[in-house]
Design a protein around this ligand. Sequence first.
Ligand SMILES: [Zn+2]
Length: 203
Amino acid sequence: MLTLTGTAREPSHPRWTDTSPSAGMLEPVDFLVYAEASARLLNEDIDTLPQLRQFLADREWLLPQCVDRDIVALRRFRTELRPVFEAAQDGNTAAAISLLNDLMGRHPIRPRIADWEPEGLHLHVANTSSVSELLIGESLLGLATLVCSVGPNRFGVCAADSCTNVFVDASPNSSRRYCSDRCSSRANVAAFRARRRQEAAVS
Ligand SMILES: [Zn+2]
């Protein structure tokens, strides 16, 4: 059984851990990092080279590789990727899986076993072509592994009015509905005010 233990920030810091009795040992995996980066691809502005470099600010070694055609490729991929999150949000898991399979057919992933981490071996996406293909490969590998490991209902679209952000659900009980604490608290305040108005109207 895979258990969520927090929000991953670095590919080298696993947060999903196999704790099933048959596991024998804890297995570090990176797919939540990649899946969350997939949501970031849709939530952040990446329409210019400076924005792409900002997106990759914590991966400085990639910055010199960023070129205009990465922006074009990522823009196209983002329009392909959003329906995956929307299908999952609608509970249409078969469509989400089908869309992911289509995307993996169109964007072949180049996996690579990395052996530099002291904790053990990691599956990474090889950086062999372009920054955009690397990000697309990581995004698809992350979502596909998420789906296969914990089910296809672990990502969706923010439930807050006027927010179009997507999210990966890392909550222990699969209860996430909002992209951020900010949207969650705004929705709570709105619901509270609506209840107050309703009570005032009844009394
Ligand atoms: Zn939101």
